[in-house]
Design a protein around this ligand. Structure first.
Ligand code: GLU
Ligand code: MG
Length: 452
């Protein structure tokens, strides 16, 4: 990072300090998401923001190899007690936290002491993939759906805060002040909510947000999640975004919507491909579909993810695509806002790593002019095994171990993300597999329920 860049970052931060002080802000939370999907934070007093903008706040690189239980492992490229990174806030996203009075937030990008981007930094990886697609004239818009279950009561058991039915108005009425404040806080922070509703599982809700550029979408989902957490706490509630909150029940997804654009025109509708996809849009989708088993190491990265990713729970457990098909891992949504929804992923994913992987897979599909198989118009689980095989519909990996094997064998992801990312992700996944070796479902769910 050039000296002039540091100076201009400090100048911009000084202007922000005045604005935030007038809003009553005393501290700024600088967050990044670790490899196991946990949002970690270092915070600075407001007056220190210009220094952090120019020189970063210190953070150990060991977080790259942290596990869900705060243990850590040692990889070939990351882990261990030595070294220091600098967290530089992205001032474009700096915002007062509406539900955490006195605090502002900015997503941080990790650099080394010399100002060189850290090769495992998720935001940097997304920027690089966006740049690679942009060089081919392709632009992506993305948005995450946030599902969570709300609990009330003491202890670590899950006690649904509302007993109203799935999608039931009872739930909205019972928790109206809470849900209203979720909306108000997100709006105050500039998060464009499109919809909020009670979901299927006990005490479950969902917020969907407007699409934006991929980096913005990943930042937004971090902000939305932590805002919902703060509003929940203020109402004596506890949210769980974990893949599985109650063993055997429907889990929390964190579906990703992707649309593709060239020169302002959608490549997902009005084209000559299947279901109106443009051929480039089709190739992008096919690139993702082909690599879903490997991508699960990024998108369904917890042992608990595989308790969620089961047939007939709307989680998209089969590697296929279909129009509006909620049992397909890739659900095509047609119409004026045509987009592709990746359903098989959850909130244990680091949203930055996941998007970087999805974009890389899509780009490889475009480069190969890949074609999609026939869309699947039914729940694949109701087809006889022979018919599934005939149509080429395969079950996605049924364990984290299987996903990691596919991930490590994937040459496209290796070339796009680089050896440090591949090795560190695989090492962390193996660490969590070992952590839960021999554990029953209840134990896995209990150990992950309040970590996300
Ligand atoms: N909760 C489901 C999941 O685990 C998704 C329900 C829906 O289709 O929105 O992905
Ligand atoms: Mg949903």
């Amino acid at each position: 990072m050039e000296a002039s860049e540091r100076d201009s970052r400090a100048d911009r931060a000084r202007e922000a300090v005045d604005r935030l002080a007038a809003d009553g802000v005393d501290g700024v939370a600088l967050t990044w998401v670790d490899t196991s999907g946990i949002t970690r934070v270092k915070a600075v007093p407001l007056a220190r923001l210009p220094h952090a903008a120019a020189w970063g706040a210190g953070a150990a690189p060991v977080f790259d190899t942290f596990l869900v239980d705060d243990g850590s492992v040692l990889g070939r490229f990351a882990g261990g007690p030595v070294g220091d990174l600098r967290l530089h806030p992205d001032l474009d996203r700096l915002v007062p936290l509406a539900a955490t009075p006195g605090w502002a937030w900015a997503p941080a990008e990790r650099f080394d002491q010399a100002g060189v981007p850290h090769p495992l930094d998720g935001r940097w990886l997304v920027r690089r993939e966006v740049g690679r697609l942009g060089a081919d004239g392709i632009h992506v818009r993305a948005g995450f759906e946030v599902e969570w279950c709300v609990s009330r009561g003491p202890g670590d058991a899950f006690t649904p805060a509302t007993t109203g039915p799935a999608y039931g108005m009872i739930r909205l009425v019972e928790l109206a002040p809470y849900l209203r404040e979720v909306l108000a806080a997100l709006a105050a922070q500039g998060v464009a909510v499109e919809q909020i509703h009670p979901e299927y599982a006990h005490g479950q809700f969902e917020v969907s947000v407007a699409p934006e550029d991929p980096l913005g979408a990943a930042d937004t989902v971090v902000l939305a999640q932590e805002t919902i957490r703060a509003v929940s706490a203020a109402h004596g509630l506890r949210p769980s975004f974990a893949p599985k909150v109650v063993a055997g029940a429907v889990g929390n997804g964190r579906h990703v919507h992707l649309s593709l654009w060239r020169d302002g025109a959608s490549l997902m509708s009005g084209g000559g491909g299947p279901l109106g996809l443009d051929r480039v849009g089709e190739a992008f989708a096919a690139g993702i579909l082909d690599r879903l088993p490997a991508l699960l190491a990024l998108g369904a990265p917890s042992v608990a993810s595989y308790l969620r990713l089961m047939p007939s729970l709307w989680a998209g457990a089969y590697a296929c695509w279909g129009l509006e098909n909620r049992e397909a891992a890739l659900r095509m949504i047609a119409g004026p806002n045509a987009n592709l929804e990746v359903k098989c992923v959850d909130a244990a994913a680091n949203p930055y790593l996941l998007l970087a992987g999805l974009l890389a897979a899509g780009r490889a599909g475009v480069a190969a002019a890949a074609r999609l198989p026939d869309p699947v118009p039914v729940d694949p689980a109701v087809l006889a095994p022979g018919e599934r095989a005939e149509r080429g519909i395969e079950r996605l990996p049924e364990s984290l171990t299987a996903a990691v094997v596919a991930f490590e064998a994937d040459e496209v992801l290796a070339a796009a993300l680089g050896p440090a990312v591949i090795d560190t992700v695989a090492t962390v996944r193996r660490g969590e597999i070992a952590l839960f070796e021999g554990a029953d479902d209840e134990t896995v769910v209990a150990a992950t329920r309040w970590r996300y």
